[in-house]
Design a protein around this ligand. Structure first.
Ligand SMILES: CC(C)(COP(=O)(O)OP(=O)(O)OC[C@H]1O[C@@H](n2cnc3c(N)ncnc32)[C@H](O)[C@@H]1OP(=O)(O)O)[C@@H](O)C(=O)NCCC(=O)NCCS
Length: 173
């Protein structure tokens, strides 16, 4: 079976997360070894207070994808995408892009005109995924300097800020 077949043979539900999925989200992030694992409490907050700007993919009661985000407090037209995690088995079928689109399509998010995200320069798959998102949204993607290595206590790559926009709601796929 190819990865593409999975999308058609098993139903994947994409929706707003709820508190009950937080333990599975924590485990999914833990499995993605290149991601920073935050506290369980953080994922509980994201799935409650910040659920409007997060999306989850569920297949046969298993969390197979998660995108967290929030609107910038002083610029609510900007959606900051924090972490994107797709279970290995479900990568390469457009799931990450679908999760982000699901967040953007919500009525409460209709005022969002730009996406910000940060990516470390060695995360090529993430850069490709966000470049594809910009293409799907028929808009631009530009990179700016943001967090330097020296901004972190522990050894950590720099984080480059990517801005995607302007986004017009009618262009969402
Ligand atoms: C990065 C990640 C989120 C991508 O998720 P995904 O659902 O596989 O991405 P998509 O299927 O939506 O991919 C969109 C585009 O990105 C490209 N892409 C994604 N992963 C890629 C990879 N490993 N190598 C090359 N290209 C890749 C694809 O070419 C695709 O474009 P295409 O449809 O024109 O071929 C996933 O690999 C992941 O969870 N990685 C571990 C955690 C991580 O690094 N998260 C991102 C940082 S927050």
């Amino acid at each position: 079976m190819t990865k593409g077949d999975i999308l058609y043979e098993k139903k994947i539900y994409i929706r707003k997360p709820t508190k009950e999925y937080s333990k599975q989200v924590f485990r999914l992030i833990k499995e993605c070894e290149n991601l920073d694992l935050n506290s369980e409490y953080l994922y509980l907050l994201q799935n409650t207070h910040f659920k409007e700007s997060c999306s989850i993919a569920v297949c046969e009661n298993r969390v197979v994808g998660f995108v967290s985000g929030y609107k910038l407090p002083n610029e609510p037209e900007i959606l900051f995408i924090w972490q994107v995690a797709i279970n290995e088995e479900f990568r390469g079928i457009g799931l990450a892009n679908k999760l982000i689109s699901n967040t953007l399509k919500r009525k409460l998010n209709s005022g969002i005109t730009r996406i910000h995200t940060t990516v470390s320069p060695d995360n090529k798959s993430s850069i490709k995924m966000f470049t594809k998102l910009a293409k799907n949204l028929d808009t631009k993607i530009i990179a700016k300097k943001f967090f330097k290595k020296e901004d972190f206590i522990n050894s950590h790559e720099e984080e480059v800020l990517y801005e995607i926009g302007p986004i017009k709601q009618k262009e969402l796929k």
